[in-house]
Design a protein around this ligand. Structure first.
Ligand SMILES: CC(C)(COP(=O)(O)OP(=O)(O)OC[C@H]1O[C@@H](n2cnc3c(N)ncnc32)[C@H](O)[C@@H]1OP(=O)(O)O)[C@@H](O)C(=O)NCCC(=O)NCCS
Length: 184
């Protein structure tokens, strides 16, 4: 079973709780990139949308789709989530962090911890995939730093908030992660 809590050098990753909605609203409001690039953030979001997001995260089955609130200096500042597919052989990862904390490598730190645990706990897991808006340069940087390979871009592959989005697909294969781990 995947650990409910993970610790990194600077972050605690823990399950969402009902009281986290205010913090979620705060990080959604911290940068327009949240609304632009994150499909789970609705247009013109309100507190009720943050409450609905937190309720969804609390109700997810932690065996098939675990999610973590990122806690930095005692505040919830972001999210990492995984959805397992195909008998736990492939997982899709999502993530984001408060605008005030960008550029410090914090999101990469959180994603790296989840990737480590996912490959360690699920012997069958072979690949972790991420889907980003092709215009989301910081997100692509996070993935590249962790060894994800850009496998292609699907043109106008999503219709999100009234516009078509080119979707960039990134993948990390277990063997590549193990090789990187040995090199560290
Ligand atoms: C994408 C995101 C997770 C990056 O998190 P982060 O903690 O800032 O990541 P890092 O500190 O590792 O920075 C990643 C890179 O992006 C660069 N970067 C950060 N903010 C940037 C910005 N606004 N514009 C351009 N580049 C930026 C950093 O300099 C860094 O580049 P480097 O590795 O060459 O130094 C964060 O911007 C975010 O939460 N965005 C909103 C939600 C989102 O888009 N989630 C991803 C959905 S797929």
């Amino acid at each position: 079973m995947f650990p409910d809590e993970l610790e990194t050098a600077r972050l605690l990753l823990k399950p969402f709780e009902a009281g986290d909605a205010g913090a979620v609203l705060d990080y959604w409001q911290s940068d327009p990139a949240w609304e632009r690039f994150n499909a789970s953030v609705p247009a013109n979001f309100q507190l009720a949308d943050a409450e609905a997001f937190v309720a969804t995260m609390c109700n997810r089955d932690r065996r098939s789709s675990p999610g973590w609130a990122l806690v930095y200096q005692d505040s919830v500042v972001g999210v990492v989530s995984l959805v397992f597919e195909q008998d736990n052989r492939i997982a899709v990862i999502g993530y984001g962090i408060h605008g005030d904390l960008r550029g410090q490598g914090l999101c990469a730190e959180a994603v790296s911890a989840v990737v480590d645990q996912a490959f360690a706990h699920f012997a069958a897991l072979q690949k972790i995939r991420a889907h980003t808006d092709a215009k989301n340069v910081p997100s692509a940087r996070v993935l590249a730093k962790l060894g994800f390979i850009h496998e292609g871009t699907l043109r106008q592959n999503q219709f999100v908030k009234g516009r078509f989005v080119d979707e960039a697909i990134f993948g990390l294969i277990r063997e590549d992660w193990v090789k990187q781990d040995r090199a560290r």
